[in-house]
Design a protein around this ligand. Structure first.
Ligand SMILES: Cc1ncc(COP(=O)(O)O)c(C=O)c1O
Length: 480
């Protein structure tokens, strides 16, 4: 399918979008004929038509700048435009990674201070900024676990324990590092089932990876006990820190007993997430892992900043230094909010999620009815009993002009609806979302068909998700 289904076909033979001046230099020689493509048929359009075509397409986009975006777990968050300006400053944007260190002292200072801020925020001892995505940070963290055990001569620890609510990247990262996986169950409260953990935590386990708050949006109050058990039996405790915005300025992973945590700067620190753009997944560690960190790190003394490689570094996990522009935005976010501002951000994130929880729980089943953190997970099981599925609810929200929450994750919640409002949304926006969700709950009772066939007023109707994933239509094609 081409995107002609969105707009009329404007291509007509003979139309021209730009005209080049007459050639006033000798013509360059073309590559040999056999290398030239004959079949490349491009649309023929005028300049204004082309501009209108792309402008119209751009208006079909939905994003945080157009409306509420309550996508849980991987949410789009606050990303002030002036942080983009900071990242675009010539001194940051126009430098080259191979420039001599003495000519990029400002950039190195920013990286050094960001390493320190992130270590302070997480309660860890050292940070590597190099990993370029959340999953990549998990991967780097697990390579540290492997190096740590190997260095101690312990070669039997081949397993990583994960919980059944884990994000999909957690098992994937563990397998990529050559580990086997065992899954620890959650109990009826959504916490780690301690008996289950107790029975699985043996001398084959290299580490437990435990997202905190969990992907059920809950804080597990047993965390100190979990940490004690894991360490007593020779394992390490790692956090998927993608949910840090629930904790910012309040709770430190280091104080909860974690040995390492990966952060998603492109989620918690002002770079938009969800668009597949550049990410940054720093890994922060306690002293026991700091010698193994991926290189390079930035050191600083007497106002001079240098790149260095830790003594037993696992080496490089990405080219050069990671995604520097994301680091610039994270730095700007931390410096502009300050310690108090970061605290306020997490407070509002948690407040907003709990507000939605209370407002919506008469209408949607709440499997874990307790104070949540920055996100809340409902189940669409009441609606399912009436023949309407969570996917129908998500599609119907589009008719109300709202981006749907994350659906069908975490996997342990039937018909999951995972809502993360973020800290910057006003009560007015949250109330409008609540009204839409209440209205949809009423429609389930009175007119379920309208949900089965939703969306009704979007530029495209319900798509075949599987086909879209398997046969993506990514380029313009001439209509046959
Ligand atoms: C809980 C959790 N862990 C890990 C990730 C992976 O992060 P990334 O998409 O940057 O690889 C995400 C988001 O995608 C997440 O929500």
């Amino acid at each position: 399918m081409s995107h002609h289904y969105l707009l009329p076909d404007i291509s007509q033979p003979g139309k021209i979008g730009c005209s080049l001046p007459a050639l006033d230099v000798p013509p360059a020689e073309l590559p040999p004929r056999e290398l030239l493509r004959q079949e490349l048929e491009l649309p023929e359009v005028s300049e204004v038509e082309l501009v209108r075509y792309f402008t119209a397409l751009s208006k079909l986009n939905y994003g945080v700048d157009t409306g509420f975006y309550p996508l849980g777990s991987c949410t789009m968050k606050y990303n002030p435009k002036w942080h983009e300006d900071i990242a675009r400053l010539a001194g940051f944007a126009s430098i080259h990674p191979l420039q001599p260190e003495e000519s990029v002292q400002g950039a190195l200072q920013l990286m050094f201070e960001l390493q320190e801020y992130l270590a302070e925020i997480t309660g860890m001892d050292a940070t590597s900024l190099v990993p370029i995505a959340g999953a990549h940070g998990e991967f780097a963290g697990l390579l540290l676990v492997r190096a740590y055990h190997q260095h101690r001569g312990d070669r039997v620890r081949k397993k990583i324990l994960l919980t059944d609510s884990s994000h999909g990247t957690n098992p994937a990262s563990a397998v990529m590092c050559g580990f086997e996986i065992d899954v620890v169950a959650s109990d009826s409260e959504g916490n780690v089932d301690m008996k289950n953990l107790e029975s699985m935590m043996n001398d084959e386990v290299a580490a437990l990876t435990l997202t905190m708050p969990t992907t059920l949006g809950l804080f597990d109050p047993q965390i100190l006990e979990i940490s004690r058990l894991v360490h007593e039996r020779g394992g390490l405790l790692g956090a998927d820190g993608a949910n840090l915005n629930a904790f910012l300025g309040r709770v430190k992973f280091g104080e909860l007993g974690y040995d390492y945590v990966q952060l998603n700067l492109h989620k918690s620190f002002s770079t938009p997430h969800g668009g597949g753009g550049p990410g940054s997944g720093p890994v922060c560690v306690k002293e026991n892992l700091s010698d193994f960190l991926p290189s390079p790190l930035v050191t600083g003394s007497n106002g001079t900043y240098k790149l260095m490689s830790p003594a037993k570094s696992i080496g490089r996990v990405a080219s050069f230094y990671g995604n520097f522009s994301v680091m610039c935005k994270a730095y700007a976010y931390i410096r502009s909010l300050g310690a108090e501002g970061l605290k306020e951000a997490s407070e509002n994130a948690v407040l907003n999620a709990n507000y939605l929880k209370e407002k919506l729980k008469p209408y949607y089943h709440l499997p874990y009815d307790r104070t949540c953190m920055h996100e809340v997970v409902f189940s669409g099981r009441w609606q399912k009993a009436k023949g309407v599925h969570t996917v129908d609810i998500a599609k119907r929200l589009l008719d109300y002009g709202l981006h749907p929450p994350t659906v069908y994750f975490p996997l342990i919640v039937d018909e999951a609806l995972m809502i993360e409002p973020t800290e910057t949304e006003s009560k007015q926006t949250l109330d409008a979302f609540v009204e839409a969700m209440k209205e949809i709950a009423r429609e389930v009772e009175e007119n379920p068909e309208i949900l089965h066939t939703a969306p009704h007023n979007t530029p495209v109707r319900r798509l075949d998700d599987v086909r879209a994933a398997r046969n993506p239509d990514l380029r313009w094609q001439m209509r046959s």
